[in-house]
Design a protein around this ligand. Structure first.
Ligand code: SF4
Length: 360
């Protein structure tokens, strides 16, 4: 087992003084853990500050509108995290009188909280001896023992759980969890681990055999799926202002609750005739011939999907009847900053120099 004394004293000397490390407030720890789930520390840090400034307590978060929560999350990706935070905050207010539950078993019943987050919050804020096993911790333990189980496998998780639990016997559980995460992030890095600075180097099997690059054993990755989007960016010129048509993304697909544009999705690379024959096009713009060769193309990578996107911008004197309905929304273009957009749509606005952010 790794030497916990050495690990904790290294952590106390070397940890990065990130804001969520200076607190035992479960709300702040919870928010930071959710932000950092799929986001790097440098990118997540400003979002964390903005988020807790806007929603300083669980009650403030619970009483905010979903659009407001999504606005604060805009650009971070994995938007279900924001929706779940909001939902969980409402449950905490309704069921726990606004007090964050203290046990991992209760925390895990809240929306968006899995075993890792439940254990991280319970151990750091409430000293519950619950191992929080993330990718960093798995890498450290897999290398320390030269474990042959593949990353994320049940076998490796079990090994991590048993090891970390044993390490928590005589130490603050939150410190053990955080020290292992920090060691994985800063020293036992995915490539080029800094073994000569590692406090648990004595006893590390991979160091002894020079096999750090072999562990953790990777799982086979599925190839990202290609998707083909043709967006219709429809604007109209009024005398006083320009309008634009947005579409709110609904359940069952990426970006739920965010806004994009009227969309035609095809199963392969689209042709002009795919667009022209689509029901969206025939109902909205039967008199215009689309030309994909003049469209703006953006490729956008998500974890499991590669999006190939064409943006056809069409200006009409009048927005066709029926477009401003439950499905679509017609708004003045200078109010775009009131709506949350996925990163892809922000990229389009940036490229076209369309202002979609509020001035700070
Ligand atoms: S000695 Fe190297 S491989 Fe082993 S745990 Fe430390 S950094 Fe990782």
């Amino acid at each position: 087992m790794p030497n916990t004394h050495l690990l904790i004293s290294w952590y106390r000397r070397s940890y990065r003084p990130l804001p969520w490390r200076q607190t035992t407030d479960p709300y702040l720890i919870w928010i930071s853990e959710i932000i950092l789930q799929q986001t790097r520390v440098n990118q997540g840090n400003p979002y964390y500050h903005r988020f807790i400034e806007r929603f300083p307590t669980v009650i403030a978060l619970a009483s905010a509108s979903e659009a407001d929560v999504m606005m604060q999350w805009q650009g971070l990706g994995y938007y279900s995290r924001a929706r779940n935070l909001h939902k969980a905050a409402q449950t905490i207010v309704a069921k726990y009188n606004g007090q964050i539950p203290e046990t991992s078993a209760e925390l895990i019943t809240l929306s968006g909280i899995g075993p890792y987050t439940a254990n991280a919050v319970a151990s750091i804020a409430f000293k519950e001896p619950s191992p929080a096993i993330d990718g960093n911790v798995m890498r450290v333990i897999a290398r320390y023992f030269s474990a042959d189980d593949v990353i994320n496998s049940r076998g490796l998780k079990k090994l991590c759980d048993n090891t970390v639990r044993a390490m928590m016997k005589d130490h603050h559980p939150g410190d053990v969890n955080q020290a292992l995460m920090e060691l994985g992030a800063m020293i036992c890095r995915p490539t080029t681990p800094l073994c000569n600075e590692c406090p648990i180097q004595p006893g590390c099997s991979s160091f002894r055999t020079g096999s750090q690059a072999v562990y953790p054993v990777p799982a086979k990755r599925a190839k990202p799926k290609n998707r083909y989007f043709v967006y219709l960016v429809l604007t109209s010129n009024n005398l006083s202002s320009q309008d634009i048509i947005l579409k709110k993304r609904t359940k069952g697909d990426i970006w739920q609750g965010l806004y994009d544009f009227p969309l035609i999705e095809t199963t392969n690379v689209p042709t002009d005739s795919d667009v022209y024959k689509s029901s969206l096009w025939t109902s909205l713009l039967p008199d215009f011939q689309p030309a994909l060769s003049h469209a703006t193309y953006l490729k956008h990578q998500l974890t499991h999907q590669t999006l190939h996107c064409w943006f056809i911008r069409q200006t009409a004197d009048l927005i066709p009847d029926g477009i401003d309905n439950a499905e679509y929304l017609k708004i003045p273009i200078d109010l775009l900053h009131h709506y949350p957009f996925p990163r892809l749509i922000q990229r389009y606005f940036d490229q076209k120099q369309i202002k979609s952010h509020a001035d700070n």
